[in-house]
Design a protein around this ligand. Structure first.
Ligand SMILES: Nc1ncnc2c1ncn2[C@@H]1O[C@H](COP(=O)(O)OP(=O)(O)OP(=O)(O)O)[C@@H](O)[C@H]1O
Ligand SMILES: O=C(O)C1=C[C@@H](O)[C@@H](O)[C@H](O)C1
Ligand SMILES: [Mg+2]
Length: 171
């Protein structure tokens, strides 16, 4: 296994923060969650940043934090679900790191909605069919990656073990 950083991408709620933290722990690597980094910088929750400062400022900060962290090696980074909307972020991650897409079917994602609905401002005020549209539209920005892991019907431990196995072989 090389010292490349591992970067988790995928739609909000698929488990990037949960799985990223567990993978980092098992590999003995530092874990950084980009949403949490931004929250620390602003001393505010993501929903408050969106409301009080605006999504544009959040997206700019997302880009600068990810770009500077991608210059370092040996870490595990979990991005926010919208980070790959920015081409610059896609480029810097794909060229510097091993990018893992966590995939989940919309049917399974729906079952998890109650866990995330209050803390994801992008979902605020959307109907289920609008969320479904966003879910499928967003898959386009996740199309480039180095490994895709389907997480339907698997608990975080199983997904973590599968990823550890894969990165030991491929990274
Ligand atoms: N494999 C899994 N099975 C069941 N629940 C899970 C699984 N992975 C994550 N969860 C739960 O789903 C919720 C969302 O997970 P998490 O916060 O890790 O998603 P995320 O991809 O980081 O989302 P975001 O893009 O918004 O940051 C959490 O409550 C978490 O406990
Ligand atoms: O998918 C998105 O656009 C987002 C996902 C979250 O991780 C946060 O980064 C924020 O709520 C925006
Ligand atoms: Mg997260």
């Amino acid at each position: 296994m090389t010292n490349k950083s591992i970067v988790f991408i995928g739609f909000m709620g698929v488990g990037k923060t949960t799985i990223g933290r567990m993978v980092a722990e098992k590999l003995g690597r530092e874990f950084i969650d980009i949403d949490e980094e931004i929250e620390k910088e602003y001393a505010m929750k993501v929903s408050d940043i969106f409301e009080k400062i605006g999504e544009m400022a959040f997206r700019d900060k997302e880009k600068s934090v990810i770009t500077s962290l991608c210059e370092q090696k040996g870490k595990v980074l979990s991005l926010g679900g919208g980070a790959f909307l920015q081409e610059d972020i896609r480029k810097v991650c794909l060229s510097s790191s091993f990018v893992i897409l966590l995939d989940l079917s919309f049917d399974k994602w729906k079952e998890r909605l109650n866990l995330i609905i209050d803390s994801r401002p992008v979902l605020k005020g959307k109907s289920l069919s609008e969320m479904e549209e966003l879910f499928y539209k967003r898959q386009e920005v996740y199309a480039k990656h180095h490994l895709k892991v389907n997480t339907d019907d698997q608990d975080p431990e199983e997904i973590t073990d599968l990823i550890i196995h894969a990165v030991n072989e491929k990274v």
